[in-house]
Ligand binder design. Structure first.
Ligand code: RIB
Ligand code: CA
Length: 307
């Protein structure tokens, strides 16, 4: 049993990843969900999460974190996630609300209560970086930080930068240089694990919860559908699937540095491929051995959580 806290900015793919995690209480004890400014402003992503948990009838602990990156300003991703950060589904007024404890205080409380916890980072790393800076003595309580972020070759916000790292590169540098084991699901593995649109379309049935997941994934896949592609990366699902099914993935230990600034390079994850003596600070997911099985697991989780 692995005890986890999911740090997120819901976000269509964040919600999908959380559903997959909640579908496996026999493997993952989800201690709580912490929110951070990323895809949209903190209050919006937190409201989105509370609304979805209301539909799913789950009363997970939700704790709000930081409302801005450490240095740069918030840059809501309205094209990818809509005005509110979770466009697509009609969601009810939430019946649950976040606890009063700040996200980093919640992380501290869980670390002290449980001894060893895993942080699943699906958003800019502001909360996690400031947790590590505020409570460095608790690094020993973090089994690993498994994150969706970065890229080896491409980018989705700049030519070579992925959004979660771009949004708060100062936080990312703190995390990547913290000495805490980091597992990175970058853009390349997310693209490889893309989910077929026919699988998403098969959810267009059933009850309110399944219809919500269909509306969420339908909206999120519009970008690729309009470009006549038959699948879409559901980015944040990958780190959770790696926790649930590690045998599906190949990994490589790499030396990865974070670029803080630059018109073309802000938030770039720079892989040191040359210096054989460099410190390999990150375990990078490099390949999924069977993406058909991966997506069958995803479909099974969505169905089991919404039926
Ligand atoms: O680049 C993809 C990441 O940015 C995902 O976490 C998505 O939710 C957005 O936050
Ligand atoms: Ca996210």
């Amino acid at each position: 049993m692995r005890r986890i806290i999911i740090d997120c900015d819901p976000g269509h793919d964040d919600i999908t990843a959380i559903v997959c995690a909640l579908a496996h209480p026999e493997q993952l004890d989800v201690l709580g969900l912490t929110t951070v400014c990323g895809n949209n402003l903190l209050d919006n992503v937190t409201r989105n999460l509370c609304q979805v948990m209301t539909v799913l009838k789950r009363d997970c602990i939700i704790s709000k974190g930081y409302d801005s990156p450490m240095v740069y300003h918030p840059e809501p991703q309205r094209a990818a996630h809509g005005e509110t950060g979770l466009a697509g589904p009609e969601l009810p007024e939430p019946v649950i609300e976040p606890i009063s404890l700040h996200a980093i205080e919640f992380m501290k409380k869980m670390a002290l209560e449980h001894g060893k916890i895993t942080l699943v980072a699906l958003a800019p790393l502001t909360n996690i970086a400031l947790f590590l800076k505020t409570y460095p003595e608790l690094k020993q309580n973090i089994e690993c930080i498994t994150l969706m972020g970065g890229s080896r070759y491409g980018g989705n916000i700049l030519e070579k930068s992925e959004f979660n790292i771009y949004a708060d590169p100062h936080a990312a540098r703190i995390v990547f240089e913290s000495g805490v084991p980091v597992v990175m699901s970058g853009l390349e593995i997310c693209q490889e694990c893309s989910t077929p649109h026919v699988l998403i379309d098969s959810l267009n049935q059933g009850n309110e919860a399944m219809k919500m997941m269909y509306d969420i994934l339908q909206f999120f896949s519009e970008y690729n559908r309009k470009r006549n592609r038959d699948c879409s990366p559901i980015f944040d699902v990958v780190p959770v699937m790696h926790l649930l099914h590690p045998e599906l993935f190949e990994t490589e230990n790499c030396a990865v540095h974070i670029e803080l600034d630059g018109m073309y390079t802000r938030g770039m994850t720079v892989f040191n491929e040359n210096d054989m003596d460099s410190i390999k600070n990150v375990t990078v997911l490099t390949h999924c051995k069977d993406t058909v099985v991966y997506n069958q697991y995803l479909l099974n989780d969505l169905i089991s959580m919404t039926k």
